[in-house]
Design a protein around this ligand. Structure first.
Ligand SMILES: Cc1cc2nc3c(=O)[nH]c(=O)nc-3n(C[C@H](O)[C@H](O)[C@H](O)COP(=O)(O)OP(=O)(O)OC[C@H]3O[C@@H](n4cnc5c(N)ncnc54)[C@H](O)[C@@H]3O)c2cc1C
Length: 375
């Protein structure tokens, strides 16, 4: 059976055990259980392009998108639950990030009408969606031009433009977006994919991550009413949510690196006599992972820290997380050898997935630019 070869039942990770107790710990344990029972059997299908809507909704019912509400707006439990999912499947870990980031946006808005309408449905996974902030994040840091433009009209804005890739979308999904106005303003809003002014265009196949509900989005004269506006003006709000946006991505890195350590250990009984000559051993990756986890979970306890020093640590951590993920997947492949290179083994999937952590916004090159400019 191809599936049986492709996946391995997950053992609890020592580094994760006991980090969170109480209701958050129980939710994380349930997410981990669901990942083993419901996600593991379909991970190969997701890799081939199937969008796992039922599993994403089940994570919502289990409380996986409400952890930053119950955890007093700290992000550690959400990151740990995303890591538990990413240990099995990075595509689903990324969609967990998309959904949790959508909730993070709604939670931090001062628009009470928007919160009343969307916070509970998004936190419970009844409404699914994501975030189209790659282009704004690159625009703010001087890499691109803003792709969505708006004009103030009676009762809101009318916007148009196109975004090349937005994930965790479908015909009834929502996502966060930013547009510049012709009078010099910048506004952050929610876009409803069900609106006839919004068209989802299928993307060309990717190297991995094809099951992530990723589309090109075209927006033609879409009306954004007041109750879809997250922040106007957007910039003070973006400064408030930006550390959380990046910190949450650490869940993907931590989960994938944990699985790479596990793969290296799995082949040790058969190949340890020769693998010991490789210059990077599972203990080296595990040591690096422990240092990253310590930094991530400390930063995640204070996601609203406005200081420059905190922001710099967040950006540096994100860079290190992306680079450690690619390195771990590379070394896992060297340890697994030919058995990891066959299409049915998860090692080659994990290697393809790993590059996504390093290229999703903020990508490695953007992070290096940001750090260079901070210096
Ligand atoms: C699977 C996947 C899912 C993604 N999901 C999201 C998401 O949910 N939300 C989000 O905001 N962003 C998403 N992105 C975009 C992602 O975050 C990065 O912006 C992207 O990977 C490129 O970042 P970069 O900094 O390397 O930019 P670069 O690759 O250096 O430059 C990006 C720019 O190059 C141009 N470009 C290059 N190749 C193409 C192409 N084939 N088609 C169209 N334009 C092209 C475009 O102008 C684009 O803006 C996704 C990307 C991928 C591959």
């Amino acid at each position: 059976m191809q599936l049986a070869q492709n996946v391995v039942a997950l053992a609890p990770q020592p580094s994760a055990a006991g980090r969170f107790s109480g209701p958050a710990g129980a939710t994380i344990a349930e997410i981990r259980r669901l990942a083993a029972s419901d996600l593991t059997p379909i991970v190969a299908d997701i890799d081939k392009g199937a969008y796992p809507a039922a599993v994403l909704r089940a994570f919502g019912v289990a409380g996986g998108y409400g952890l930053h509400l119950t955890a007093g707006h700290t992000l550690g439990p959400t990151i740990e639950s995303m890591a538990a999912i990413s240990e099995t499947c990075l595509s689903t870990g990324f969609m967990d990030w998309c959904q949790n980031t959508l909730v993070w946006y709604i939670l931090n808005s001062d628009n009470e009408a928007l919160k009343a309408k969307f916070l509970a449905p998004a936190a419970e996974g009844k409404v699914l969606g994501g975030t189209g902030l790659s282009n704004p994040m690159k625009t703010i840091f001087g890499i691109e031009q803003m792709r969505l433009k708006g004009t103030k009209v009676e009762g809101g804005y009318r916007i148009k433009g196109a975004l090349p890739w937005v994930s965790n979308l479908g015909p009834d999904h929502l996502f966060g977006a930013v547009f510049d106005t012709d009078d010099g303003g910048r506004v952050m809003c929610l876009i409803d994919c069900a609106d006839p002014a919004v068209t989802l265009k299928p993307c060309e196949p990717f190297l991995a991550l094809d099951g992530t509900g990723t589309f090109g989005v075209q927006v033609r004269d879409l009306f954004i009413p007041q109750d879809m506006i997250l922040a106007d003006p957007a910039m003070p709000y973006i400064r408030k949510i930006r550390a959380g946006f990046i910190l949450l991505q650490a869940g993907m890195a931590i989960g994938l690196v944990r699985d790479c350590v596990r793969m290296m250990e799995e082949v040790r009984p058969a190949l340890g006599h020769v693998n010991r000559f490789l210059d990077v051993q599972p203990e080296d990756i595990a040591e690096k992972l422990a240092a990253i986890e310590a930094e991530v979970f400390e930063l995640a306890a204070t996601p609203y820290d406005p200081s420059d020093a905190f922001w710099k640590r967040v950006v540096a951590m994100r860079l290190e997380g992306g680079e450690a993920t690619v390195a771990a997947a590379h070394h896992a492949m060297l340890h697994c050898g030919a058995r990891g290179y066959v299409a049915a083994h998860r090692c080659q999937r994990r290697l393809r997935e790993a590059y996504f952590v390093a290229i999703v916004t903020p990508a490695t090159k953007q992070l290096r630019k940001m750090l260079a400019e901070m210096a």
